[in-house]
Design a protein. Structure first.
Length: 120
């Protein structure tokens, strides 16, 4: 939708882009297990459709972190996958003497913006 509405791509351009991405990168295919897991996540956590597929795929790949603006920052899915929203308002990290958080954790993330340019 974004390529059509925001970038004014034609269907032919979208099809060429899909083919180029598949030639250049390993593309992760959705399996029945991932789709069923996504359905369970959607049912239990009220995630949106696409967010649940991305989260289920990340769990399937044994990822520890998922960067997403659509899921609550800091959310821990299945005690394994921590959601990080790079656009969430930062809060000051707890001080070393703070007792409010018994196990403060600091995450140092370097987020870089990439400009993807494919020659089709």
């Amino acid at each position: 939708m974004n390529l059509i509405k925001k970038m004014a791509f034609s269907e032919t351009e979208i099809q060429n882009l899909i083919a180029a991405l598949h030639r250049k990168y390993s593309v992760f295919e959705l399996s029945q297990d991932i789709l069923l897991k996504a359905s369970q996540i959607r049912d239990f956590h009220n995630f949106f459709f696409w967010d649940s597929i991305v989260a289920a795929s990340a769990l399937d790949c044994d990822a520890n972190y998922l960067i997403s603006e659509g899921i609550q920052n800091g959310f821990l899915l299945e005690n394994n996958l921590k959601i990080i929203n790079p656009f969430a308002k930062r809060r000051d990290p707890p001080s070393e003497t703070s007792t409010n958080d018994p196990s403060p954790t600091t995450y140092n993330l370097q987020l870089t913006t990439y400009n993807l340019q494919l020659k089709i």
